[in-house]
Design a protein around this ligand. Structure first.
Ligand SMILES: [Mg+2]
Length: 207
């Protein structure tokens, strides 16, 4: 069944921002005397909310201490942020059918808005809700704010946290395998649907 409203996670779902995120995270780790991580090491260990990740890898360091270091490195990074294959086509198909589209992301608001404008994606969204520390705690108020009926709304994301957020909001979840978490990891959250990429969802919803 095609939904009327879609909440999109941003990182790993619509854009690949792993290069600058990894660079910023490694800046934090190295600032506190830890070894930098490879892309796969990071994907294996990162999770949301990100406080849990840092508690594990930098015990005793507060978010207040590490946040400015991360943001400075993230802003300074020249690593590319690219649109994920099939994302634009899927968004265009949604827009052509007047679906209401939103972003719900933990990435910084200014970064998501800048990336959306740069990639020409900003006009697809009724609202971008970014910088959300714990999406599970935000979902109910977001659905209410925009008058989104739970049976007509889905959340698409690449991490267990996105699936948990959908469940917390009483909406269906779609897991995409284009992002941060490996298939066997996100599968443990038991999404309603798991697809390799947004082209698969495009076929399911619109053909
Ligand atoms: Mg994501």
């Amino acid at each position: 069944m095609t939904p009327r409203n879609i909440l999109f996670d941003w990182s790993g779902t619509l854009v690949d921002d792993l290069p600058p995120v990894l660079e910023a995270t490694n800046s934090v780790l190295q600032h506190f005397g830890r070894e930098p991580m490879s892309r796969d090491q990071f994907r294996r260990s990162f999770r949301l909310p990100f406080s849990g990740y840092y508690e594990e890898h930098l015990p005793g360091v507060t978010l207040e201490e590490l946040d400015p270091i991360w943001h400075r490195a993230f802003r300074a990074s020249r690593q590319p942020v690219t649109i994920i294959p099939h994302a634009r086509e899927y968004l265009e198909a949604c827009a052509a059918r007047n679906l209401r589209l939103f972003v719900l992301s933990s990435a910084p608001q200014d970064a998501v808005e800048r990336q959306a404008a740069h990639l020409g994606l900003d006009h697809f969204f009724e609202r971008i809700h970014a910088g959300v520390f714990d999406k599970r705690e935000r979902i109910a108020s977001l659905l209410a704010e925009h008058n989104l009926a739970t049976h007509d709304t889905i959340m698409i994301g690449d991490m267990r946290h996105d699936v948990h957020t959908a469940k917390a909001g009483g909406i269906r979840s779609v897991a995409v395998l284009t992002g941060y978490e490996f298939p066997e990891v996100i599968a443990t959250a038991e999404p309603d649907l798991m697809v390799d990429n947004l082209d698969v969802l495009h076929q399911l919803h619109f053909s």
